[in-house]
Design a protein around this ligand. Structure first.
Ligand code: SF4
Length: 296
């Protein structure tokens, strides 16, 4: 990109420590996801003052007061436009957005569509626990068929959305899947996502022992495998789709697809070509008091 990231080059996990009490349930996958996110940033030399972290409403969103960084906690399903705005304002900052499956594949699904097709250079971590946990276990559009949930005790009448088919239909440049019990794998995937040239979609299958009884930690442990152990080439789009879509026997995890050949949103902005400053740096304090008096 034309404006390089501003990264301190040195940090520790302790730098991200926040004393706010954790309110997640025992065994919640959010603990592992937060640990991996911190490790990924530390291993990339990112300090809390180097990064913008965006959250929306959901159990995952409570991470916004459990980890230091420039943090914004936005409206339900609106984390991606929030993150995109941060990045456009200051392209020097790494921007990481965290969202749940309920918000991202229902209320905010339009933002997911347009973030992928816009190639915003941001990282999106999907906390995919296949239900609305914060509001006590209602079915989301990713809840499996025939699963009794609060407000749908007989299972959902709708079809379950297939997130990988949906995402791949939008022309992504980075697609990964990982799961909340494998901190090492999550860390590796998140590091690659943060360093990716454009929009990075990371689907984290997240254990929610309180409300998701079908994709438990044990189930994920038995089903998930790492595609890098089987020689998968992430530049092979058709192979990526094949292993991403077929989860009947095993669930493929790791970096499924990546291409660096597609310019991202800011690189496509003709008026910003060769501009070395950021919109934040170009913003001047303007005295509008005389103007405002005209409306009094
Ligand atoms: Fe985690 Fe589920 Fe509890 Fe929410 S309801 S804190 S996702 S275990």
């Amino acid at each position: 990109m034309s404006i390089p990231l501003h990264i301190s080059g040195n940090s520790s996990v302790h730098d991200f420590y926040c004393a706010t009490e954790c309110t997640w349930c025992d065994g919640c996958g959010d603990y592992g996801i937060m640990a991996a996110a911190k490790r990924a940033m530390v291993e990339l030399g990112i300090a809390p003052h180097d990064v913008c972290l965006a959250f929306d409403i959901g159990c995952h969103g409570n991470m916004s007061d459990k980890m230091l960084g420039y943090r914004f906690h936005g409206l339900h399903g609106r984390v991606l436009p929030l993150a995109a705005g941060m990045k456009l304002a200051n392209p020097k900052l790494p921007v990481i957005a965290f969202g749940g499956d309920g918000a991202s594949f229902s209320e905010g699904v339009n933002h997911l569509v347009h973030s992928i097709r816009s190639h915003y250079p941001i990282t999106f971590i999907l906390h995919n626990n296949a239900n609305y946990g914060l509001t006590t276990g209602q079915a989301s559009s990713l809840t499996w068929q025939n699963q009794p949930m609060n407000t749908s005790p007989n299972g959902i009448p709708e079809d379950t959305m297939r997130p990988m088919e949906f995402v791949f239909s939008l022309g992504p440049t980075f697609v990964a899947r990982t799961w909340s019990g494998d901190i090492k794998q999550m860390t590796r995937v998140m590091k690659a996502a943060i360093q990716h040239r454009g929009f990075a979609f990371v689907d984290v299958l997240q254990a929610c022992p309180t409300y998701n009884k079908f994709a438990s930690h044990q189930w994920l442990l038995e089903k998930c495998y790492d595609v890098s152990d089987e020689g998968h080439d992430p530049s092979d789009l058709e192979a990526a789709k094949k292993i991403a879509f077929d989860t009947s026997e095993r669930v493929s995890c790791g970096i499924l697809y990546q291409t660096e050949d597609v310019p991202h949103f800011i690189e496509r902005l003709v008026p910003r070509k060769d501009v070395k400053t950021t919109p934040v740096e170009e913003t001047k304090i303007t005295d509008v008091s005389a103007l405002m008096k005209r409306f009094v």
